[in-house]
Write a protein that binds this ligand. Structure first.
Ligand SMILES: NC(=O)c1ccc[n+]([C@@H]2O[C@H](COP(=O)([O-])OP(=O)(O)OC[C@H]3O[C@@H](n4cnc5c(N)ncnc54)[C@H](OP(=O)(O)O)[C@@H]3O)[C@@H](O)[C@H]2O)c1
Length: 271
């Protein structure tokens, strides 16, 4: 077990599935007490049971993070049951893949992605800030996407909510960094989980496994870097800073071609 997480308490949202469930198991293996948040109680309980069998310590908190009252009750329990909370991992999210021209009558797509991905995370973070300040330390991690590093089509509602959360997280660091509050933005590439599984053509796309992606969250909690990114994501950010017009124009045909190739491969897989 890593000494760096022994005695640490980590609150992790989206712990019932995908990257969050794998990260919960790994954080617990490294000595952290993990507080598992998501809506589905049975799935949370199954992750908790795995952790307990492996000798770890986990606690479940079933909550819909879009619901202010439910979240308030869970926050009260978290604060009462854990005298120290060392890290919050804002990982719960929903994704929507839809062209903007097909979204013109779907304002609710933008509202429901913001409800979980942005307001849900902000609500929880704000509630824990006083505890972090009182302790003199606290680390906030957010699960974001490589797709906020470059202009990507078809995910406008989802990516806007992730960019908003990144911005909030940067403000947190700028305002409270000297009070001991640190932050990490994790820019995941595509990861094979129920979220990415919602898009048929992505079956043919090479992706990180949830197990490997979970290591990125563990690194964020253990090392507390400002960000965790792929090399491609970092290179894309530099290119965007230097020549945004060229990158944006160059990527448009590249994404159309990629979608055509993936659709062909997915169709071939089905036959
Ligand atoms: N998969 C990818 O390719 C990819 C790429 C870039 C970034 N990411 C990011 O990585 C993170 C994890 O995604 P994943 O791929 O592991 O997705 P996932 O398997 O679909 O997990 C999403 C998690 O969010 C929870 N959740 C959703 N709505 C919620 C709500 N209203 N209240 C509480 N919990 C809620 C879900 O639990 P319940 O349904 O039980 O509530 C689930 O545990 C997300 O932030 C995602 O945006 C993923």
């Amino acid at each position: 077990m890593s000494a760096r997480l022994a005695g640490r308490t980590v609150v992790l949202t989206g712990a019932s599935s995908g990257i969050g469930a794998e990260a919960a198991r790994k954080l617990a293996r490294q000595g952290a007490t993990v507080c598992l948040l998501a809506r589905r109680e049975d799935e949370l309980e199954s992750v908790r049971a795995d952790i307990a069998v492996a000798g770890g310590d986990a606690h479940t908190y079933a909550v819909d993070l879009t619901d202010d009252e439910q979240t308030r009750l869970v926050i009260d329990r978290l604060l009462a049951e854990h005298p120290s909370i060392d890290a919050l991992v804002n990982n719960a999210a929903r994704s929507i893949r839809r062209p903007i021209v097909e979204s013109v009558d779907r304002m609710h797509d933008f509202e429901r992605t913001m409800a979980v991905n942005y307001f849900g995370a902000v609500r929880l973070t704000l509630a824990l800030v006083p505890r972090f300040v009182e302790q003199g330390h606290g680390h906030v991690v957010i699960s974001s996407s490589m797709s906020t590093q470059v202009p990507i089509p078809l995910f406008s509602a989802y990516l806007a909510s992730k960019s908003a959360l990144e911005s909030f997280t940067r403000s947190l660091s700028a305002e409270l960094g000297s009070d001991g509050i640190s932050t990490t933005v994790v820019h995941f590439p595509m990861v094979r989980t129920p979220m990415s599984g919602g898009t048929d053509i992505y079956r043919a796309m090479p992706m990180l496994t949830a197990d490997r992606a979970a290591n990125w969250l563990v690194k964020a909690v253990v090392d507390r870097p400002t960000r965790v990114t792929s090399l491609q994501g970092a290179a894309a950010e530099i290119a965007m800073a230097a020549v945004p017009g060229v990158v944006t124009a160059g990527l448009r045909p590249a994404f159309r071609a990629m979608d055509r190739v993936l659709a062909k491969r997915a169709a071939a897989d089905r036959t």
